[in-house]
Design a protein around this ligand. Structure first.
Ligand SMILES: [Zn+2]
Length: 452
């Protein structure tokens, strides 16, 4: 890219080049920004003039900023696991311009309006990209859901088994249905961690450093059973539900069937399920531990098929870090280690590396990682480069490559299963509302449902 300055300009910023990802595909365009929004898009050569003008290099594509709706920031309360500053800096470096924070692992969890206000006050002034919040649905807080919705959360997360932290208890299926019926009243979205508590209790226990034993302790059946439960309760209540981090490909046919029936269901999966496989996870490598677990290569292939067929709607990180201590690196015990993969900064390159091998175009990847998550969470004015939308972009060099060095990643604790991997696609620069988002200034805003 190259830059020029022009003070007598109609626009704050013009970015032009051969490859701009528009809603009609990649095309030669000039994109004009004023007051943080895209205000004009014209064919390349029309000569729009900005106070600043960026010319894309031949190997660069301008893409919409990614919208990562599944990030555990953990502040306050477990700020040594992750915090707003470190997480949003990692996001910006990876081309992610909007993150939606999960309601748990912070203390307090985001389960009432007071706790939301506390989280927002902590996040203020240390958001380097835009940050929104999910609320939490736990036993006994049905009365808090409407006030949280009115305060601007994008929807609610719940679990059907122990969440991993005691202050965020899980719902039984009956309680989930009660809360779905409640959310239906104001058309909010219920996100569900779908693994069945009873099925997990009866599975073999994870023990020691053998990955296969951990995998056996989180069987597909536990996911399948919980997803069936979510589908039927969603059908009965007419609510909107979203399956988090789908791992079991067995569930794809019933999801497809429910969607055909008109059940209001969306589904996400994550880079780790799409790029890693159980057969290649070294014993003791707890950086790979997450729940539901990374399964076999054959399962991964079916998840890609599910994406291409539209049964799976989107790809988000489920960035869920902890301290290195909690990863039990000395013993590598999968039963003891915290479950969560750190990948916030790497998602685009991970998925692009895999997608291009499969002949899947960049437009598709961006739709899964930006447009669809923005639509599902109903984040206003994000997820596309289009007139009226926020000027959130990244300049992406799709043919460039790099090797992941965990020490150079910007999230807080230097652990990731991708350390040492060679990846295609480099994010050269990120813009948030027309400003460079490079982690030097906290230019992010705290965003609310519907822009309220
Ligand atoms: Zn999560």
């Amino acid at each position: 890219m190259s830059e020029e300055q022009n003070t007598a300009a109609a626009f704050d910023l013009v970015i032009r080049g051969q490859r701009v990802l528009t809603s009609a595909g990649i095309a030669p365009r000039e994109v004009a920004v004023k007051d943080g929004r895209v205000v004009a898009m014209e064919p390349l050569g029309n000569g729009l003039v900005g106070a600043e003008t960026i010319e894309l290099a031949d190997d660069e594509t301008l893409i919409p900023g990614l919208v990562d709706t599944h990030v555990h920031i953990n502040e306050p309360g477990r700020t040594d696991w992750e915090g707003f500053a470190s997480a949003t800096r990692a996001a910006a470096a990876g081309g992610v311009t909007t993150v939606i924070d999960m309601p748990l692992n912070s203390i307090p969890p985001t389960t009432n309006v007071e706790n939301l206000a506390l989280k927002r006050s902590v996040a203020e002034n240390q958001a380097f990209v835009d940050v929104g919040f999910w609320g939490g649905a736990i036993p006994g807080n049905t009365g808090d859901l409407r006030p949280l919705h009115d305060a601007g959360v994008f929807g609610f997360k719940s679990f059907l088994l122990h969440s991993g932290v005691d202050e965020f208890p899980h719902l039984e299926a009956e309680e989930l249905e009660t809360d779905l019926a409640e959310l239906r009243k104001f058309d909010s979205l219920m996100l569900v961690h779908a693994e069945d508590s009873h099925a997990i209790d009866r599975a073999p226990h994870a023990e020691g450093d053998i990955y296969a034993k951990f995998l056996a302790s989180r069987p597909r059946g536990a996911e399948n059973k919980a997803i069936a439960e979510v589908i039927e309760r969603t059908r009965w209540t007419g609510a909107r539900a979203h399956i988090l981090h789908l791992s079991s490909s067995d569930a794809l046919p019933m999801i497809a069937s429910a969607k055909r029936d008109g059940v209001n269901l969306t589904v996400e999966t994550c880079p780790h399920y799409l790029t890693l496989n159980a057969e290649e996870i070294p014993n003791g490598a707890t950086a790979y531990k997450c729940c539901p677990p990374i399964r076999e290569a054959s399962n991964r292939e079916l998840l890609w098929k599910g994406l291409e067929e539209g049964t799976i709607d989107c790809i988000v990180s489920d960035h869920s870090p902890s301290t290195l201590d909690l990863k039990d690196l000395e013993n590598g015990d999968f039963a003891v280690a915290w479950g969560g993969v750190s990948s916030l900064q790497l998602g685009l390159s991970l998925i692009w590396t895999e997608a291009r091998h499969r002949g899947i175009p960049l437009e598709k990847v961006v739709s899964w990682m930006s447009t669809r998550p923005a639509e599902i969470a109903r984040v206003p004015n994000k997820g596309l480069i289009a007139v009226g939308y926020d000027a959130d972009f990244s300049i992406f060099a799709a043919d460039d490559a790099f090797v992941v060095d965990v020490k150079k990643l910007r999230h807080k604790n230097p652990i990731t299963p991708y350390d040492g991997r060679a990846l295609s696609g480099v994010v050269r620069k990120t813009y948030l509302r027309g400003q460079v988002a490079d982690g030097t200034q906290p230019i992010g805003k705290l965003i609310r449902r519907g822009g309220i």
